[in-house]
Design a protein around this ligand. Structure first.
Ligand code: ATP
Length: 296
């Protein structure tokens, strides 16, 4: 995540992610699930600005972009505030901050908007407060905040993630891909989807998909897109089924749901095709759709 100086403040663009592959391997004793997932960071992002406060207070101001569900709590329930307070407690610093958050990533969509904002807070406040934390320390704070936070703290463009998602194995090859991403009117709670999901009886690995995507064999790769949670999410929210049907009517190479939904994506041959499809989906009544690229 690139942290830029903005006068006395720091500014960060926090990217969303897509899960191009997600296999649920088992249930764990701690209530989480054992996963293997291929995560890619994408160009869709929130923006955060961090300004030092003369007191230890953490103040968050949320600025929604409207049109899409981007409303988030601005108090202690916001993951940005939780990340800031966790960092204060862990480091013992008495420095505070005002944080401005411009939300663009739709919430409860499987795009990890909360997780990427939390990662941005850990990285930027470590710099603003001159804490000099070791990356291993930041990664362990990330894992306390949520399963997807570590991926963004590592700051790699793509990774195969295992465990409950916090074990990051960066993809060494570059994946330059175009997608259309869309979200229906309603979201889904991650916890609810996992509560109802099925453990795969014949688990697959994400590695073959990585190789095909990196080789540019998109038509072959398209057959390996997979999300174990998609069937459960479709059962809980019919809008997911409807959105996949709408995506499949467009000239996409493959479609799937990301994370625990409800956002879904289509792999596109070019950026231009992704933009055209996003426009067609919105014209056809889909509440939000956007053309995105993977970060490289
Ligand atoms: P994941 O893919 O990691 O499961 P998600 O994309 O499905 O996440 P989020 O958008 O991160 O879901 O939101 C999940 C919940 O977290 C929502 O109930 C939201 O109100 C809450 N939340 C707290 N802080 C934030 C934040 N900064 N941005 C988005 N959601 C937040």
């Amino acid at each position: 995540m690139l942290i830029r100086q903005d006068g006395l403040a720091l500014r960060v663009d926090a990217p969303a992610k897509l899960n191009l592959f997600l296999e649920v391997l088992g249930r764990r004793g701690d209530g989480f699930h054992e996963l293997e997932t291929l995560m890619v960071a994408i160009s869709l992002h929130d923006t955060l600005r961090f300004t030092e406060e003369p007191t230890p207070a953490i103040r968050l101001r949320c600025h929604g972009r409207g049109g899409v569900d981007t409303s988030v709590p601005s108090g202690d329930d916001n993951l940005v505030v939780r990340a800031a307070k966790l960092l204060q407690a862990h480091s013992g610093t008495s420095r505070g901050a005002t944080i401005d958050l411009w939300k663009r990533i739709p919430v409860s969509a499987g795009l990890a908007g909360g997780s990427t904002d939390a990662a941005a807070a850990l990285l930027a406040l470590d710099r603003l407060w001159e804490l000099g934390m070791a990356s291993q320390e930041l990664l362990s704070l990330a894992a306390e905040l949520g399963s997807d936070v570590a991926f963004f703290v590592r700051g790699v463009p793509a990774a195969i993630c295992r465990g409950r998602g916090e074990e990051i194995h960066p993809v060494e090859r570059s994946l330059e891909l175009s997608f259309v991403v869309a979200r229906p009117a309603s979201g889904l709670s991650t916890a609810e989807v996992y509560r109802h999901c099925q453990v795969s009886s014949d688990p697959r690995s994400a590695q073959p998909l990585v190789e095909l995507l990196a080789d540019g064999r998109l038509a072959d790769a398209a057959r390996l897109f997979h999300n174990s949670l998609q069937q459960t999410a479709s059962r809980l929210n019919r809008e997911v089924t409807d959105l996949i049907t709408r995506l499949d009517r467009q000239p996409v190479l493959a479609s799937a749901m990301t994370g625990s939904g409800t956002a879904c994506f289509g792999l596109c041959a070019t950026d231009r095709s992704a933009r055209r499809i996003a426009g067609a989906l919105v014209e056809g009544g889909v509440p939000w759709a956007s053309a995105v690229r993977t970060r490289v």
